[in-house]
Design a protein around this ligand. Structure first.
Ligand code: CA
Length: 225
């Protein structure tokens, strides 16, 4: 991946430990990102609305407003990629269970190099998604990867980024049966440490969103014998 692909992409680092924030910004800038930091949660929320970054690196323990509240508020209006940073590895499973709509999780202590790699991976997954459309059964599902929108029979679905990516993966190959592992790889990336049951949770929510809006059920679960 060439450095220029990321040149000027805005990353907001929300982190209240100045040394950590500084190091991350340095590493991100070295790779061409336009990185800035914010140490206070409330101010971060304001800055998010003002500057609309391409990606948010979000520490959870923050003064002003904590990271979970920020993420919840943000997801009401925005699907920008978010990487959550937490000091507790045990916390990550619980966070995934909360369905916060984060795109990745990083545990402290981390290597700045690893963080930059994850930032790139998340941007690749979320922003280079091609537009596809496919018919499944009687309903027409339209996916627009550029503006993160999915429509079923012309009606826009209200999806989190992960649900959107799942639907996109399924729609790309209509009729194909995916294993949980394949969907994990397609949506969370190969080698991600996410548990397979996370896929079930997201599929359930995706199905609900489609059914609620359209009284259709284009997603079929196939049980292995
Ligand atoms: Ca902190």
């Amino acid at each position: 991946i060439l450095r220029r692909e990321y040149r000027g992409r805005k990353v907001l680092v929300v982190e209240d430990e100045p040394d950590l924030a500084q190091i991350l910004v340095e590493y991100l800038k070295r790779d061409g990102f336009a990185a800035s930091t914010q140490a206070d949660g409330l101010l971060a929320m304001k800055e998010l609305q003002r500057t609309q970054p391409d990606l948010l690196l979000l520490d959870l323990m923050l003064p002003g407003m904590d990271g979970l509240t920020i993420l919840r508020e943000l997801r009401k209006t925005s699907s920008i990629p978010v990487i959550v940073v937490t000091a507790k590895v045990e916390e990550i499973d619980r966070l995934i269970g909360l369905e916060l709509g984060a795109d990745d999780y990083i545990c402290k202590p981390y290597s700045p190099r690893e963080v930059v790699a994850r930032v790139k991976a998340v941007l690749r997954r979320t922003q280079n998604a091609p537009a596809v459309s496919a018919t499944t059964g009687a309903s027409l599902i339209e996916i627009d990867g550029d503006c993160w929108q999915a429509r079923v029979a012309g009606q826009r679905l209200d999806l989190t980024p992960k649900e959107f990516q799942l639907l996109q993966a399924l729609v790309k190959k209509p009729g194909r049966v995916f294993s949980r592992g394949q969907l994990l790889d397609a949506v969370w990336g190969t080698g991600s440490e996410i548990e397979e049951r996370t896929v079930d949770v997201h599929i359930r929510r995706l199905r609900k969103a489609i059914e609620m809006d359209n009284a259709l059920d284009p997603i079929r679960t196939v049980r292995s014998a």
